[in-house]
Ligand binder design. Sequence first.
Ligand SMILES: Nc1ncnc2c1ncn2[C@@H]1O[C@H](COP(=O)(O)OP(=O)(O)OP(=O)(O)O)[C@@H](O)[C@H]1O
Ligand SMILES: [Mg+2]
Length: 263
Amino acid sequence: MKKIAVCGKGGSGKSVTVRLLADGLRARGRRVLVVDSDESNTGLHRMLGFDSPPEPLIGLLGGKQKIDQEIEAEIRAGGTEETLELMRDRTEMRLADIPPEYIFEKDGIRLINIGKILMALEGCACPMGIVSRSFLKKLRLEADEIAVVDLEAGVEHFGRGVETSIDCVLVVVEPSVDSLEVAEKINELSSQIEIADVWVVLNKIISEEIADRLRDYLEKRDIRVIGAIHQDAEIFESCLEGRPISGRVAAEDVDKILDFLFP
Ligand SMILES: Nc1ncnc2c1ncn2[C@@H]1O[C@H](COP(=O)(O)OP(=O)(O)OP(=O)(O)O)[C@@H](O)[C@H]1O
Ligand SMILES: [Mg+2]
């Protein structure tokens, strides 16, 4: 288990979960890389305690325009966005190969930022998806390194190939039908493209009764639940104030999930 992707409906708690997983893994002596692959939201670096995000990795590969041109060339040559491979001259990429402006480190957690859609006119996020996919595919982690990837909300990543080099997908589900439906969709897509491990993490849980209702719904659809994170007032407060995320209750819940993933 080296590369874990966290996905789910918008606002379900993906970034909070990424932060809690990163902390928990650090406490277990792992070196953690967080990959911010969410093209729209900009707050993850703050949740992790960084003052600013690192330079977007898309810049290391020549920028959005250059990748747009590569996409066009690939399509002209009869390929598709999915067949386009960036960094063809490299068979693999290690964290040590990445220039420091593209990878920040704090308290043993490293952060890479794929890129953000900053202007409405930048529109289609395809180049960012291609950077995520190419980077995750080439990324070689050392024995004690784990990557946790914060994916964009929804299901679009699946099928664009970002998931092909992921070992485990965690779908964050908050108590809402919309959130359950996104999990169903992701589970369905994942079985079509053969990702080994897909698990739901319940989040914002206020009672065992609610957790049981969500479990019931999911298990009836053969979707496996790995654990539940309670609604944690400390987490809520740190999000409200834009402080690095911390919450004792939620951290204990995530610890149980990590016990399961890394026995
Ligand atoms: N366990 C929790 N306890 C309390 N509040 C939580 C918890 N998890 C998430 N939240 C609340 O939900 C909000 C959204 O969380 P988060 O930003 O992690 O969601 P997201 O899925 O990453 O959203 P986006 O799709 O916008 O990236 C937080 O600002 C916080 O207020
Ligand atoms: Mg987020």
